[in-house]
Design a protein around this ligand. Sequence first.
Ligand code: AMP
Length: 177
Amino acid sequence: MIDKIKSKIRTIPNFPKEGIQFRDVTTLFQDDEGLKLVVDILAERYKKQDIDVVVGIEARGFILCGIIARELGTGCVLVRKKGKLPFATKSITYDLEYGTDTLEIHVDAIKKGQKVLLIDDLLATGGTALAAAELITNAGGIIQEIAFVIDLPEIGGKQKLADKGFKTFNIVEFDGE
Ligand code: AMP
């Protein structure tokens, strides 16, 4: 099953820049069997846990957030890039390889003490997920786990998140392929 999911993820060499192997989940999400496989794995795992709300990271995380939230019977909260959310926000700025980026969440999106499942498509350095997790924690949420479809283990994001006390789960890995 894992090999089947991996086979449906398209790899684009040198995108968006030289040396990056871009793992394109649009080919997985557009495939009826592929989307069902990842949704079933995540839904089965998190139905057994006590999740109050699912949070998705822009943009591919939104797709899974909506579907998994519906499967769990929870709401879906959006963490977006700066300037996209219309109401008052809390924000966090984090370092990229070159420069910085800012993520935002609506001030009233997370209730204090809510147990949160955070979702994105891919874990690389972990910088994006860590920033989103800190935003949620600062807003009073409790991260139960951070779920990804893909981990790139050689980049070390999983360890970076573990060092900050965040548990992660991923369905597939691409390791030097
Ligand atoms: P990072 O903050 O380094 O963990 O990067 C994670 C974010 O960047 C995710 O939202 C991914 O969608 C995107 N990303 C980073 N590296 C890749 C890659 N090799 N292929 C596809 N998406 C990537």
